[in-house]
Design a protein around this ligand. Structure first.
Ligand SMILES: Nc1ncnc2c1ncn2[C@@H]1O[C@H](COP(=O)(O)OP(=O)(O)OP(=O)(O)O)[C@@H](O)[C@H]1O
Ligand SMILES: [Mg+2]
Length: 271
């Protein structure tokens, strides 16, 4: 992921910086009622501690399931999913519709004020088509800019923003699919968040069956090289490292239990 130009962080007051915690929620467990209730509890604890949570969510699994049901054939380039126009429609329906509203409903039901938006709304996340040396990945976006105005407006109104990573194509005004880890990282940096927590379906980065307590960039890259870190964990660990490089004080990869126990893999910047 390219380093993003973040202009908003400089405008953030010291108080904003102290208080915002971005939770990136993975899509693997969004169909699990117990997970959703646990997420609402985690959001409530952050609020009780005096910090303000912002949620960014994924939903890769639900998109793949619906594409299959609709008989859309999955196409890949170099292991990366190609998002053609029909797949893009499904991605937007699932992420900005079903998944987003499922989280919002859970929070509202737990008496937490919450509202769902996507990167498209108010032009929050601007992207251009992601370039790949081997060919056309379709409507996959690379983040170019983040405008935090709408998210800040919600925070100031005491409403928890729930953000779908579908984003605004700055050159063609089309919707683009963005990896939710990338979206969460860009938003956390732009908001000057103190912490970015990747809530996934694993307790952290696993090596030889154990959760690693902390990781540096050098170590992460060599584990990627050795295929100890693969698939969805690759963009996640690289995003976490990028967040720390871009001024987010703490980045953690964990699961919901880890959020409650304060455990997982911490990211060490600068090495
Ligand atoms: N070393 C590793 N330790 C732990 N998990 C790993 C490792 N290498 C690869 N993974 C895989 O990464 C997955 C997590 O990434 P994935 O993209 O599936 O989830 P997510 O990002 O939380 O959800 P979404 O992509 O929907 O936002 C794990 O389920 C696991 O299969
Ligand atoms: Mg993922």
């Amino acid at each position: 992921m390219e380093t993003i130009q973040i202009n908003d962080a400089a405008d953030a007051t010291e108080q904003d910086k102290r208080y915002i915690i971005v939770l990136k929620v993975g899509g693997n467990e969004l169909d699990d009622e117990a997970f959703l209730v646990g997420l609402a509890n985690a959001v409530q604890s952050i609020r009780n501690d005096g910090a303000f949570p912002v949620i960014v969510h994924g939903g890769g699994k639900a998109i793949a399931d619906l594409q299959k049901q609709l008989g859309l054939e999955a196409k890949f380039l170099d292991g990366l999913r190609i998002t053609d126009e029909a797949s893009m429609d499904v991605a937007e329906m699932v992420l900005s519709g079903l998944m987003n509203k499922r989280i919002v409903r859970t929070l509202v039901n737990a008496q937490i004020r919450a509202a769902g938006i996507s990167g498209v709304d108010d032009g929050t996340i601007y992207v251009e088509q992601m370039w790949h040396p081997l060919g056309d990945l379709g409507r996959v976006g690379e983040i170019k800019d983040v405008d935090t105005h709408l998210v800040r407006t919600l925070i100031e109104a005491d409403i928890v923003p729930v953000v779908s990573p579908i984003s605004f194509g700055s050159l063609d005004a089309l919707s683009y699919n963005v990896n939710a880890d990338h979206a969460a990282t860009a938003l956390a940096a732009a908001l000057g968040a103190i912490k970015l927590v990747f809530v996934s379906n694993v307790p952290g980065i696993m090596v030889a069956g154990r959760v690693i307590r902390a990781v540096t960039a050098t170590q992460a890259e060599s584990w990627i090289e050795e295929e100890i870190i693969y698939g969805g964990m690759i963009p996640k660990v690289r995003s976490a490292l990028e967040a720390v490089r871009n001024g987010v004080a703490q980045a953690v990869i964990t699961n919901l239990a880890g959020v409650q126990e304060d455990s997982g893999t911490g990211i060490i910047g600068g090495a």
